[in-house]
Design a binder for this molecule. Structure first.
Ligand code: NAD
Ligand code: UFG
Length: 338
C-alpha cells in the first residue's frame, strides 16, 4: 500500500515508517517538524534502506495537504500528528482542543475529497480514564478521560465512529496505545522530548546520561507490590508493528474498530529504574516524592482482541526496552540536536 503518515517524523511515526518500509509499503511522511527533526527522516532512510517521501507542512493547512494527496495518491493514512502533553493540555485547553480536532477535521475532509477512506488513528489508553479497572478491555465501558488531551482522543474516537457508521466506505482502526518506550535497536531514532521530560522513561534516560540529577518517584504508597505506580510499557518497535498489522486488517471491511496495543504486563516505577540501571551499568539516583495529581495506581491492557483479530502480539520485554532506549540516549545525548 501507499501510506501517508501524518506526524511521521515524530517518535512513534518514525518507528512506524521504518516498519512500513521494511514490509514493502510505500511511505509518504507529512510533518510540521514542530516537535521533531528532519534528521529523523534521514535516519528512517538509513535504517530501512529506502526513502520515504517527505512533505513539511501543518495538516491544518488544507490546501497544502490536498496538494500532497493529489501528488502522492495514498491508499491509506496513519494519523499521528497532534499535541500530546497532558499537563500542557490542562494549562492550555483551547490550544489542545483546537489543534487536535482541527487537524483531524482537515485530514478527514481531505481524505473524503480524494476518495481515501482507510485510516489508522492514534488513540490512547487514557480514554479508559478512572472508570474501569485494569486490565482494560476495549468494550469495558464508557470512555472518559481526566484531562483535555485525553478528552480530544475520546471525542475523536466518537467522531470517527459516527463517520464510519454514516458511510460504509470508511474503514477506521482506533489504536489505543499503553506506554510506548524504547527506541529502534540501531540507536538511530528514538524519543527526543523538548525540555524536561514529563514521562518516566525519557526522564530516567536523561538522569542516566547526566542531563538531570535524579528521578522523582511520584508516590511509593500505592496499593501495588512495591508501592509505586504500575504501567504497561510497550516497546515502540512492537507498537510500530501493531500499526502494520492494523493496516493489513483494513484490507477487509471493518467499519470502525478499537484495539489495545500493550503487552498485558505491568511494571512498577522501581522495576523500570532497575531495568535502566542494568542497561547502562550505573546506579540511577531517585527520590520518592508525593503522588502526581491524576495518576492511577495501575494500568495495563487486555491484549486478547489485538492478538486474535490482528494476529499481533508485543514480543520485546522491559530489558530490551531499557537497552534500546539507552543505546539511543547514549549515542545521541542531546537527541537529534547532536
Ligand atoms: P510526537 O510529538 O513525537 O509526534 C507527533 C508529530 O506530529 C511530531 O513530529 C509533530 O511535529 C507532528 N505534528 C504535530 N501537529 C502537527 C500538525 N498539525 N501537522 C503536522 N504535523 C504535526 O508524538 P508521538 O509520541 O510520536 O505520538 C504520536 C501520536 O500518538 C499522538 O497522536 C499522540 O497523542 C499518540 N499517543 C502517544 C503516546 C505516547 O506516550 N507517546 C501515548 C498514546 C498516544
Ligand atoms: N512517574 C514518576 N516520575 C516521573 C514520571 C512518571 O514516578 O518523573 C510515574 C507516574 O506516576 C506513573 C508512571 O511513572 O506511575 C508512568 O508515568 P508516565 O508519565 O510515563 O506515563 P502515564 O501513564 O502517566 O501517561 C502516559 C502518557 C499519556 C497517556 C497515558 C495513557 O504520557 O499521554 O500514558 O496512555 F495518556
Amino acid at each position: 500500500m501507499r501510506v501517508l503518515v501524518t506526524g511521521g517524523a515524530g517518535y512513534i511515526g518514525s518507528h512506524t515508517a521504518v516498519s512500513l518500509l521494511e514490509r514493502g509499503h510505500d511511505v509518504v511522511l507529512v510533518d510540521s517538524l514542530d516537535n521533531s527533526s528532519r534528521t529523523a527522516v534521514e535516519r528512517i532512510t538509513q535504517i530501512a534502506g529506502r526513502q520515504p517521501s517527505f512533505h513539511e507542512l501543518d495538516v491544518r493547512d488544507e490546501a497544502a495537504l490536498s496538494a500532497v494527496f493529489l501528488e502522492e495518491r495514498p491508499d491509506a493514512v496513519i494519523h499521528f500528528a497532534g499535541l500530546k502533553a497532558v499537563g500542557e493540555s490542562v494549562a492550555e485547553p483551547l490550544r489542545y482542543y483546537s489543534h487536535n480536532l482541527d487537524s483531524t477535521f482537515a485530514l478527514l475532509r481531505t481524505m473524503t475529497t480524494h476518495g481515501v477512506h482507510n485510516l489508522v488513528f492514534s488513540s490512547s489508553a487514557t480514554v479508559y480514564g478512572e472508570g474501569q479497572e485494569a486490565p482494560y478491555a476495549e468494550d469495558g465501558g464508557l470512555l472518559h478521560a481526566t484531562n483535555p488531551y485525553g478528552q480530544t482522543k475520546v471525542m475523536l474516537e466518537r467522531i470517527l465512529s459516527d463517520i464510519a457508521h454514516a458511510d460504509p466506505r470508511w474503514n477506521i482502526a482506533l489504536l489505543r496505545y499503553f506506554n510506548p518506550i524504547g527506541a529502534h535497536e540501531s540507536g538511530l531514532i528514538g524519543e527526543d522530548p523538548n525540555g524536561i521530560p514529563n514521562n518516566l522513561a525519557p526522564y530516567i534516560s536523561q538522569v542516566a546520561i547526566g542531563r538531570l540529577p535524579q528521578v522523582g518517584v511520584f508516590g511509593a504508597d500505592y496499593p501495588t507490590a512495591d508501592g509505586t505506580g504500575e504501567r504497561d510499557y510497550i516497546h515502540v518497535v512492537d507498537l510500530a508493528e501493531g500499526h502494520v498489522a492494523a493496516l493489513d486488517k483494513l484490507r477487509e471491511p471493518i467499519g470502525v474498530r478499537a484495539w489495545n496495543l500493550g503487552t498485558g504486563r505491568a511494571t512498577s516505577v522501581f522495576a523500570l529504574i532497575q531495568a535502566f540501571e542494568a542497561a547502562c551499568g550505573k546506579s540511577i539516583p531517585y527520590e520518592v516524592q508525593p503522588r502526581r495529581a491524576g495518576d492511577l495506581a495501575q494500568a495495563w491492557a487486555d491484549t486478547t482482541r489485538a492478538e486474535t483479530e490482528l494476529g499481533w502480539r508485543a514480543s520485546r520485554d522491559i530489558d530490551a526496552m531499557a537497552r534500546d532506549a539507552w543505546r539511543w540516549q547514549s549515542q545521541n545525548p542531546h537527541g537529534y540536536a547532536d
